[in-house]
Unconditional design. Structure first.
Length: 382
């Protein structure tokens, strides 16, 4: 676990004070997870993807969950659910191939040649959940292939996903990649096939299955492209509005990337688009390192901070959910030279400080009133 870090918050000073006035605000970072409790309706959550980048082997899932700045870890990816043997094709591995092992005998007997047994991840998921962190499994990704030809196909896929990764018990337990007793906390949809047919029905069935039990809450999320209104054509509105969280990828899309003139317009459009159905929390999806996308969207930590602060104001705390970063491993490598924090830490501190409110004092200067003093252990601000 990283040692406690003090953040010298000097980002976007012109938004907080007059040009002649610096804002030497000291904000303490949470340095333990012993009393942590996940809050789904918070606007300060940080979600990260894990498992598919070149340096994923340098860090494990437990390390991600032990970071007090991270709330949700999304494991990527299942390329499809109805692959060989009508079982998933799992690409859940880093480039070293050491997150999961080859399919076991039961998987091979069922013709599930795309399956994997993930014993190491099994114990790490348990460790994450013991810390209160949420672990999702994601379907899709850039190489995802899952499309549906009918509602029956979509509902079959939901049943398979539920029985292999959720609380379902209608399939051979030896087929479960994370072991018989380990369940994920949520299901993420990153459909980049361009075909969203029957995805709304798929999610509706998955939601019905999660609601059929009361052992624990399950969450549904989606990661569409930021292109509006089609979200990359694989994310129909009827699917998105059933979600708990939606984190559009504001990267890899030149017309709406973070740092472009189209970002705010796209963010506002997404906020309006999701104001229906389950009214999912809207997150800003960003990329955590410069080479994480070949078509733009990466911004340095300080610019990301300013983007987060303005996004909270644009969407409002009742609808905003937080930040999603692709990906976790690189998020600990990219650092901000001014604060010494990695980009994950900067994003989290920006979410925390977004509760600040500006007031003019009688002398004409600025003072900041924080609503998060107790949460971050501050006795005073300024």
């Amino acid at each position: 676990m990283r040692a406690q870090t003090v953040l010298l918050f000097m980002l976007g000073v012109s938004n907080w004070a007059s040009p002649a006035m610096a804002l030497p605000s000291l904000l303490g970072r949470r340095d333990d997870t012993t009393s942590y409790s996940f809050t789904a309706n918070s606007h300060r959550n940080l979600a990260v993807y894990y498992g598919k980048t070149a340096i994923s082997q340098q860090t494990n899932l437990t390390t991600q969950c032990s970071d007090p700045d991270i709330d949700i870890v999304i494991l990527g990816f299942l390329l499809n659910v109805l692959g060989p043997g009508n079982l998933p094709t799992m690409a859940l591995n880093n480039t070293a191939g050491d997150l999961c092992e080859e399919p076991n005998a039961s998987m091979l007997a069922a013709n599930g040649t795309g399956m994997r047994r993930c014993a190491d991840l099994q114990s790490q998921i348990v460790a994450c959940q013991s810390l209160g962190k949420k672990v999702f499994i994601s379907l899709g990704g850039a190489k995802g292939t899952q499309t549906f030809a009918s509602q029956a196909d979509a509902e079959q896929a939901a049943n398979v996903l539920w029985n292999l990764f959720g609380s379902g018990a209608d399939m051979n337990p030896s087929l479960r990649p994370f072991g018989q007793s380990v369940t994920v906390d949520g299901f993420d949809i990153d459909n980049e096939t361009g075909d969203g047919s029957y995805y709304a029905e798929f999610v509706a069935k998955l939601r019905a299955l999660t609601n059929s039990q009361s052992a624990k809450p399950y969450f549904l999320s989606a990661s569409p492209s930021c292109y509006y209104p089609d979200g990359g054509a694989g994310s129909p509105v009827a699917m998105l509005t059933q979600m708990d969280f939606v984190w559009p990828q504001f990267y890899g899309a030149p017309s709406c990337n973070i740092g472009t003139s189209g970002f705010n317009e796209s963010l506002t459009a997404w906020s309006s688009r999701l104001d229906a159905g389950n009214k999912p929390r809207l997150y800003v999806g960003g990329v955590s390192w410069e080479d994480g996308t070949t078509t733009g969207g990466y911004v340095a930590p300080q610019e990301l901070n300013q983007t987060i602060l303005s996004s909270v104001e644009t969407v409002g705390t009742s609808r905003f959910g937080g930040v999603m970063l692709w990906d976790a491993a690189y998020g600990h490598v990219t650092t901000d030279p001014q604060t010494g924090l990695d980009i994950i830490g900067v994003a989290k501190q920006s979410l925390l400080i977004s509760l600040a409110r500006r007031q003019e004092d009688p002398a004409g200067g600025l003072k900041v009133v924080l609503g998060i003093t107790a949460a971050v252990g501050l006795s005073r601000f300024l």
